[in-house]
Write a protein that binds this ligand. Structure first.
Ligand code: HEC
Ligand code: HEC
Length: 319
């Protein structure tokens, strides 16, 4: 008996030393780096792309990269996710050294799909990835970054280096956070004459409404969004701009716990202007007013949500 206890104690000791060793290793190693592929790709800046790119960047990049001090995409401190570290989004203006002026189009596209910078540095989920967006939409964003628009004119503002927390390093070292593979075939855009298909594309691939509106970021399936837990059923806890917590809401068509009783017009008001029916207070960040979406686009999202299986999940609107 005594012997058994001694062995157990020894074993426990070994486990603890190993765990301590792994923790030290994680802390020292930081986020692992990978090998980035070089893409030989050049994006032509057509007027259609520039217009679309500006609209997409306003909905997909500005929320994190727009700097209130410069009025440009020079980055800012991101206090929304303190558990992941002291995080700063970066200068993505056309400045050659402070921004992305010397990155190639291929470098940008590779990062936006996979999360890898040209030198193999991996950017964890606090930098967005666009895994399902169409090639054309992605090229449009890149064209916009090169456009000379006031948001992206060269600016030499530099943000401090991001200091990832131990949690982030740990999740990266065990592979829970890792680069996405680069797509092996072209990704076409949706058939915009079919509202359900168009809405599905916007809600699951382009603006990824599902990523916030499903159960939890950790159980989302970015490659097959429909497989995400509680798909569009809400309840994902997030941190708003002022640091206070709020939950995403159920936007399936369940009549009691979702938006099944909403009219299309109410849905448009909520998505574009943050106004909700029944005298409730306006929607707050991180749900942003998607003022740049056309009514036709929001109607398409509504048509698509009507085809999503209703989820029974009552989420109390956070205070
Ligand atoms: C959720 C917030 C968020 C969104 C949305 C976001 N980014 Fe980022 N981005 C970051 C953060 C944070 C970093 C820096 C990460 C780090 O330092 O580890 C970053 C880094 C980058 C970098 C690397 C810059 C460098 O010099 O290292 C590029 C390029 C970039 N983002 C482009 C974009 C574009 C284009 C979009 C829109 C399609 C976008 N980002 C959307 C948060 C975001
Ligand atoms: C960054 C996370 C995030 C994204 C992306 C997002 N939402 Fe939201 N959404 C929220 C949060 C959080 C709330 C609740 C806000 C509150 O309580 O004030 C919300 C609320 C809503 C509501 C109100 C529901 C109700 O019952 O009052 C609708 C409708 C909605 N979102 C639709 C959308 C659509 C459509 C998209 C994609 C175009 C989208 N959201 C993208 C976070 C997000």
């Amino acid at each position: 008996m005594k012997k058994a206890i001694r062995y157990l104690a020894l074993l426990l000791g070994i486990v603890l030393v190993a765990a301590g060793g792994f923790a030290a290793f994680v802390a020292l190693r930081g986020i692992p780096s990978y090998k980035a592929q070089k893409l030989d790709l050049h994006v032509d800046a057509t007027p259609t792309r520039l217009e679309r790119g500006q609209k997409l960047a306003s909905m997909l990049c500005a929320s994190c990269h727009l700097d209130p001090n410069t009025g440009k995409l020079t980055g800012r401190q991101m206090e929304e996710a303190p558990q992941f570290g002291a995080i700063y989004s970066k200068n993505i203006t056309a400045h050659k050294t402070a921004g992305i002026g010397s990155w190639s189009d291929g470098d940008l596209i590779y990062l936006l799909r996979t999360g890898l910078k040209p030198d193999g540095t991996y950017l964890p989920p606090y930098m967005a990835k666009l895994v399902n967006i169409s090639d054309e939409d992605l090229y449009s964003i890149v064209a916009f970054l090169r456009s000379g628009h006031p948001w992206v004119q060269p600016d030499n503002t530099r943000q401090p280096d991001t200091k990832p927390s131990f949690l982030t390093k740990f999740l990266c070292n065990i592979g829970a956070m890792k680069p996405f593979p680069f797509p092996t075939r072209p990704i076409p855009g949706p058939d915009t004459t079919n509202p359900v298909q168009w809405g599905k594309y916007i809600a699951t691939a382009q603006l990824e409404c599902f990523s916030c509106h499903s159960k939890d970021f950790s159980t989302n399936d970015y490659f097959t969004p429909e497989k995400s837990k509680g798909f569009f059923g809400g309840g994902n806890e997030m941190v708003g701009m002022d640091g206070h917590k709020l939950k995403t809401l159920n936007i399936t068509m369940d009549a009691e716990t979702g938006i099944g009783t909403w009219s299309e017009a109410s849905f448009i008001n909520a998505v574009k202007y943050g106004q909700v029916p029944n005298g409730q207070p306006a929607l707050r960040l991180p749900m942003m007013p998607y003022t740049n979406l056309t009514d036709a686009e929001v109607k398409a999202i509504y048509a698509y949500l009507k085809t999503v299986p209703p989820v029974k999940n009552k989420v109390e609107r956070s205070e």
